[in-house]
Design a protein. Structure first.
Length: 129
């Protein structure tokens, strides 16, 4: 499944009136894929996808460009919300720690935190509302 279809699958579980913006720009590379605005906060999310490794000790490290990493890091440094969500064939992982973006996490750890599309949508709503 393409990344855009997976993003739509997450958005299908968000209320229709919820403010979400899919960012598509050829002029400013590095901007995160989506921006979500709730009643009390906002959140940037960069979506990536990979196949879940078979070996537990294999690292899952999102393939972020230097501009994407710069964008997300700037938001975290400014105490703003920024995540990377990694879609896998087994479920999906929220990475909200800069160290996980750069160093990755093991497949074993990732499996412990796997979420469904509905759980991702709920996590977004809980963060911004």
């Amino acid at each position: 499944m393409h990344e855009s279809h997976r993003i739509r699958a997450v958005h299908a579980y968000l209320p229709k009136e919820f403010n979400r913006y899919k960012i598509q720009t050829a002029f400013n590379n590095g901007i995160a894929d989506c921006y979500y605005v709730g009643k009390r906060d906002a959140l940037w999310i960069e979506y990536k996808q990979t196949v879940m490794p078979k070996r537990d000790k294999t690292l899952i490290k999102p393939n972020l460009s230097s501009l994407q990493l710069k964008f997300l890091t700037a938001h975290i440094t400014a105490d703003l919300n920024a995540w990377v969500i990694v879609f896998t064939n087994e479920g999906h992982i929220i990475l909200n720690d800069h160290q996980h973006w750069t160093d990755g996490i093991t497949a074993e750890t990732a499996r412990f935190y796997l979420k469904s599309y509905k759980e991702l949508a709920n996590a977004i709503l809980q963060t911004v509302n």
